[in-house]
Design a protein around this ligand. Structure first.
Ligand code: NCD
Ligand code: ZN
Length: 346
């Protein structure tokens, strides 16, 4: 018997679209299934000012193939020179839906991020006042902190102090990878939410390192121990409105991934919805997929839930996902869960 599941059209609350040829190649992979996405600003150079965000939004919309509907929700990259009035104007005009905090050096293209958090205090206070969320890449960058501990340490040393010092600031902990982060969100009020990626529900750190190094499973924050993956699965499938989907789909060419110093990022846009249906079914939580992928995110951001729908059907034979997509810069490998998946977007 065919099983089908219909949910409101999902949104992606954390997405890398890049620019130029790469943008044109990857955008349809997201727009095919998702109605909106929070667009990460870590271009080179980063999207810092509102005029840069407006220009980037225009480039995204002109890269959208005819007949596809998709709304990019723009963000600004927070630097120590960000002007609170520019942020407020970008929010008031409806252009910008969040500001992104990268600790300097934490991940791909984050060199312009924040080192001295006191310098961004006026921006954070303005954001609290106007209700504009802060999206955080939650990892410290101190060389003496082990890479597997960087998220947990960020909560104690950076995030919690910022939130205490800035009452009313709405924060999204992006791409959480630890039980510590899931528990911290659960212990706080509704001003704090978290996105969870598809791949962090599927892989733990063994997948990256056992039996040979797997560059396509390397992303930041790096996948942690199995107990953390299990905690993320529990959070994502709980229906709790504070957890929602942010794929962090982050395309890099194979040449840049399979290298002595390979880039961080998993490209999950093409098969995320199939993988999520598999994961949620495995956990007996198919009825919670709509909350995670379609309802909790808009509720946090104060936006309407999509009036359109997406239908998934479970077929008898495994879905054949493309191994990679072609771009003028070279192939980009699609995330492979390492097992067969039978849910297909209709
Ligand atoms: C992202 C990228 O490639 O831009 N990489 C990743 O591993 N997630 C940056 C980020 O979100 O950390
Ligand atoms: Zn990201």
């Amino acid at each position: 018997m065919t099983q089908t599941l219909t949910i409101p059209r999902p949104d992606d609350w954390h997405l890398h679209l890049r620019d130029g040829d790469m943008l044109r190649a990857v955008l349809p992979e997201t727009a095919r299934h998702f109605g909106r996405a929070i667009i990460m600003p870590n271009l080179v150079p980063p999207v810092v000012r509102s005029d840069e965000a407006a220009a980037y939004r225009d480039r995204i919309l002109s890269a959208l193939p005819k007949g596809m509907a998709f709304e990019p929700l723009m963000t600004l990259y927070l630097t120590e020179n960000t002007d609170p009035d520019d942020v407020a104007a970008a929010h008031a005009s409806g252009l910008v839906k969040a500001v992104k905090l990268y600790p300097a050096g934490a991940t791909t293209n984050s060199a312009s991020g924040v080192t001295d958090f006191d310098k961004v205090r006026p921006v954070l206070e303005k954001m609290a006042e106007i209700g504009l969320p802060l999206c955080t890449h939650g990892e410290v960058t101190d060389h003496d902190i082990d890479i597997f501990d960087r998220e947990a340490v960020f909560i104690d040393r950076v995030l919690d102090p910022i939130r205490r010092a800035t009452p009313g600031l709405r924060v999204v902990m992006e791409h959480i990878t630890t039980k510590n982060a899931a528990d911290y969100v659960a212990s706080q009020d509704k001003d704090l939410g978290a996105t969870i990626t598809t791949h962090h529900l599927i892989i733990n750190r063994n997948h990256i390192l056992v039996g040979g190094i797997k560059p396509h499973y390397y992303c930041l924050p790096v996948a942690k121990r199995e107990e953390h993956r299990i905690a993320l699965r529990a959070a994502a499938t709980s229906g709790d409105p504070r957890y929602f989907l942010g794929t962090d789909s982050a395309p890099h060419t194979d040449e840049n991934k399979i290298a002595p110093c390979g880039c961080a990022g998993c490209f999950t846009a093409p098969n995320t919805m199939s993988l999520l249906a598999h994961v949620f079914e495995e956990d007996g939580a198919l009825d919670k997929l709509a909350a995670f992928a379609s309802q909790n995110g808009p509720a946090f951001y104060g936006l309407p839930i999509s009036g359109e729908t997406l239908t998934l059907t479970k077929q008898d034979t495994a879905v054949a996902f493309p191994e990679n997509i072609d771009t003028p810069d070279g192939p980009v490998t699609v995330f492979d869960p390492g097992y067969d998946v039978f849910w297909k977007v209709a």
